[in-house]
Design a binder for this molecule. Structure first.
Ligand code: ATP
Ligand code: MG
Length: 404
């Protein structure tokens, strides 16, 4: 581009304008228009310095974008787009010499940066590129001596340059919006996948719960009912009583499943109270659970509460189903920005498998689920148990960086 511009020096001003306009039509970026407005023009107007200001990232400021044969102190490289200087240039809409601009602004209070910039560039031609009442850029052109030809050139070119600059700013805004949309979409995709997985996990869990307990009980009742006629008449009331007990058990199990599906008290009352109300709801726990909650635990981060509550639930249900314990101690406390939850029973204990996933492969999901939850919240899980010596579950979760 530099070469053909050099040739233009020999052409008359009209032809130069024509070629400049053609080059302007090919502009696709701030880089290329900056090159055109400084380096390329300098091939015609030699011994001239240029300072080009373009809208910054937030559009509230014009930043120095390109400088040719000119230096500028760092504190003058940003001009407020809402300041008096910008406002005044917007009204002028035409190239104006620094001295005239200074006169226009006489008696007005400018910002310190505006004042200094004006003072340093009184000998420059100020070219505001205004399009639809908006300044899209500002060029300060300082020739060796004031040149009317330069002024006329910019008078002719301002509308085109301003339109191109306006398009470039719109393109930049659109690009930013597209990026933002893509980022949001990616985040939504991840969130949606997580929701799907969690929903699937919950369904599997519910299916297991229903299959393992209530369904078996109902099948058992059905079997008893189908055989009832084969029993002597005097034994039949006893069988019916057994069936009734089983059905009451089933209703208890279904109630447990329902409350596990949505621990509403957790939202309203917080973790310690939700634990308390869970224990109180089940007589088999109320009589043997000792709940020891430290004061600070009442300010538990919300995002941890659900996970810790689920772990607590699973641990208690394991004790109920497997441990045959007479005492369960539950402790919740915070020490040095670590949250601790321990559930210890004095039941039959068991051999803790070396690999928890093996349990899942054998159809036991509770302990693996605990482990997964603890991983998800960046904590540690320890399961300690020996046959005949009870079981202890220890969860430790760091609180640093979490909203309390
Ligand atoms: N507190 C406990 N006391 C004794 N045994 C336990 C205790 N907790 C777990 N276990 C043993 O560990 C096994 C695995 O427990 P896990 O919670 O993973 O599965 P589950 O309770 O059998 O089934 P679910 O998938 O419904 O939880 C249990 O089957 C039981 O043998
Ligand atoms: Mg379990």
């Amino acid at each position: 581009m530099r070469t053909w511009f050099s040739f233009l020096q020999v052409y008359k001003q009209k032809q130069f304008l024509h070629f400049f306009a053609q080059a302007l039509n090919r502009v696709t970026s701030y880089e290329s228009i900056a090159d055109l407005l400084t380096v390329q023009i300098a091939t015609i107007w030699r011994e001239t310095s240029f300072l080009l200001f373009l809208p910054g990232e937030d559009d509230h400021v014009f930043q120095l974008y390109a400088a040719l044969d000119a230096d500028i102190p760092s504190q003058m490289r940003n001009i407020s787009a809402r300041g008096l200087l910008a406002w005044s240039l917007k009204q002028v809409r035409q190239p104006i010499w620094g001295t005239q601009l200074k006169e226009r602004l006489e008696g007005h209070t400018l910002l310190e940066v505006e004042e200094s910039l004006l003072e340093c560039n009184q000998a420059a031609l100020w070219v505001p590129f205004v399009f639809h009442s908006q300044i899209e850029g500002l060029l300060l052109v300082r020739p060796q001596s004031p040149s009317p030809r330069l002024e006329v050139f910019f008078q002719e070119m301002i509308p085109q340059c301003a339109a191109v600059l306006s398009n470039l700013r719109l393109i930049r805004t659109l690009r930013r919006q597209v990026c933002l949309l893509e980022e949001n979409r990616a985040a939504l995709d991840i969130a949606y996948q997580r929701i799907l997985t969690t929903r699937e996990e919950e369904r599997q869990r519910l299916a297991r719960e229903l299959h393992d307990s209530p369904l078996q009980e109902i099948l058992h009742c059905s079997a008893l009912l189908s055989r009832i006629r084969t029993y002597p008449v005097e034994e039949q009331p006893l069988i019916l009583e057994r069936i009734q007990h089983h059905l009451l058990d089933v209703s208890d199990q279904l109630r447990v499943i329902c409350s596990e599906l949505y621990p509403s008290s957790l939202d309203i009352l917080g973790l310690p109270m939700a634990m308390q109300s869970y224990v109180e709801k089940y007589p088999e726990f109320a009589s043997i659970v000792e709940l020891d909650v430290a004061n600070e635990a009442y300010r538990m981060p919300v995002e941890l509460s659900v996970h810790l509550f689920r772990i607590f639930q699973e641990a208690l249900n394991n004790v109920r189903r497997h441990a045959n314990a007479t005492h369960i101690q539950v402790r919740l406390y915070i020490v040095e920005a670590m949250c601790h939850l321990t559930i210890q029973d004095n039941g039959v204990g068991f051999d803790v498998p070396a690999s928890l996933p093996n349990l899942a492969a054998a159809g036991h999901f509770g302990l693996v689920g605990m482990w997964e939850r603890v991983q998800a919240i960046g904590g540690q899980l320890r399961i300690t148990s020996r046959r005949g010596e009870g079981t202890r579950i220890d969860v430790e979760v760091p609180l640093i960086g979490r909203r309390v």
